[in-house]
Write a protein that binds this ligand. Structure first.
Ligand code: GDP
Length: 427
């Protein structure tokens, strides 16, 4: 059984925690896109871990993790992340980590370019995480990159890097800076060497795994609204985050996905710039942000928060082709007297139930309904039955407006703080 675990909204829905929980049933966990621009926070019996590049399955002893061909890898960051995890007692070796030879190396100059451009944009900035992700994906489509496989197979790596730097410097001159080719070559020598034993052909690896009937999980970063093609462009990530990209991004295009579990937070949050119709401001927003600890795992940036957003969530479910839904962080809402829910948008005086073309989002207003809060701790509830009536009502309300069944509910960050929804329990 192959399952993708994906974000339905703007990211930070709690995917890492779900992957960590469910990875027990899988042999292989694959990351198929993105770089170290986002992070998963996972809390389990070994401690608290922040993962930016490594698949969350790395925390399970019998799981093999794959960093797929669709990823852009900052080798220095990966080296530091591996070191941090090892210090926390996690084993990482070529036996449990495989890096695709078709992945792309995110170079230090990509990070610098990202910062320079974001600074140049000033008031019009995209809200980049400044990790070089936009620049390296553009370079990829310009076919001007170092692939991880080059670190092993290329006999002309130095020459390639010199050519790349010569080209990049045409751009850097415009910013008044210059990159040094020798420094880039040294960088690849130092950090490339460390990861050479991990680099393999993931197409062959995953085909073989399927022959052996291994269960494969695909772990996404961010959420549908951050997809480069289907998100709120230009405030998106620079990669395809949706499940449909997983076969390409894992490095094994023939692979089939049997199930897509869409992760949806019980309220909304977003990082960076861009339209966010259900956003809450002032004391209401601050209260929810603090209650939910909504600060970026990769950057520490405060996240914008809002009520549950039906149009955006339905759209995300459709784009992800989610077959099941997990609701996370419902325990955070325990602090609220009244819970705001954005049931539709209003645009030019008309009600919109469907998520519109991104450009008009700035002119949409939320149509909000307030549901009663339950005002008690639900973080130890182990079943739907055990929830207070108002929390049950909240979940029933969500289910009614969503086009996929809610199958799991998470009531806290710890591995065991969740329960499954039984058939018809939300009817
Ligand atoms: P991801 O990128 O989608 O994995 O999301 P993040 O890791 O950035 O954010 C999720 C945060 O919420 C992490 O700090 C988790 O530990 C935490 N979290 C996940 N599920 C729950 C939950 O059900 N309740 C609470 N209170 N926290 C949760």
């Amino acid at each position: 059984m192959n399952t993708a675990i994906v974000g339905i909204n703007w990211g930070d829905e709690g995917k890492g925690r779900m992957v960590d929980l469910l990875s027990d049933n899988f042999d292989i966990v694959v990351r198929y896109q993105g770089g170290n621009n986002a992070g998963h926070t996972v809390i389990n019996d070994k401690g608290k871990f922040i993962l930016n590049l490594l698949p969350s399955g790395i925390l399970r002893e019998n799981v093999v993790c794959v960093m797929g061909a669709g990823m852009v890898i900052d080798l220095k960051h990966l080296s530091e992340e591996v070191k941090r995890l090892r210090e926390g007692g996690i084993n990482i070796s070529p036996r449990n980590l495989v890096i695709s030879d078709r992945a792309v190396v995110c170079m230090p100059y990509n990070v610098r370019q990202d910062c320079l451009e974001e600074d140049r944009l000033q008031g019009k900035k995209f809200g980049s995480t400044r990790r070089g992700i936009g620049p390296i994906y553009s370079d990829k489509y310009m076919k001007k990159v170092v692939h991880t496989g080059d670190l092993i197979y290329s006999t002309k790596l130095e020459e390639k890097v010199r050519d790349l730097v010569e080209w990049k410097n045409l751009l850097f001159k415009g910013y008044g800076e210059e990159i040094n080719a020798d420094e880039m070559i040294d960088y690849l020598k130092v950090y490339g060497k460390e990861f050479v034993p991990y680099i393999r052909d993931t197409n062959k690896f995953l085909i073989e795994a399927q022959k052996q009937k291994k269960n494969i999980m695909f772990e996404a970063q961010l959420g549908a609204l951050k997809d480069i093609d289907f998100g709120i462009n230009p405030y998106t990530s620079s990669s395809n985050v949706i499940a449909a990209y997983a076969p390409i991004g894992c490095g094994c295009p023939s692979i089939k996905i049997d199930e897509v579990l869409g992760i949806v937070k019980a309220y909304s949050s977003a990082v960076g710039e861009g339209p966010f119709v259900s956003e809450l401001f002032g004391a209401e927003g601050d209260f929810l942000r603090e209650a939910g600890g909504e600060y970026g795992a990769a950057t520490g940036r405060p996240r914008r928060v809002g009520g549950f957003d039906f149009p955006a969530t339905r759209y995300g479910i459709e784009m992800q082709n989610a077959t099941k839904i997990a609701i996370t962080k419902i325990d955070v809402l325990s602090a609220l007297d009244k819970i705001p829910v954005c049931v539709a948008y209003e645009f030019e005086g008309k009600r919109l139930d469907e998520f519109p073309y991104p450009d008009i989002l700035d002119d949409c207003k939320p149509i909000v309904e307030y549901l009663d809060g339950w005002k008690c701790d639900i973080s130890s509830c182990k079943s739907f039955e055990a929830l207070p009536e108002k929390a049950k009502d909240y979940l029933r309300f969500l289910q009614k407006g969503l086009n996929a069944p809610i199958s799991v509910v998470s009531v806290g960050p710890d591995r065991e703080q969740y329960f499954y929804i039984k058939d018809n329990e939300l009817k």
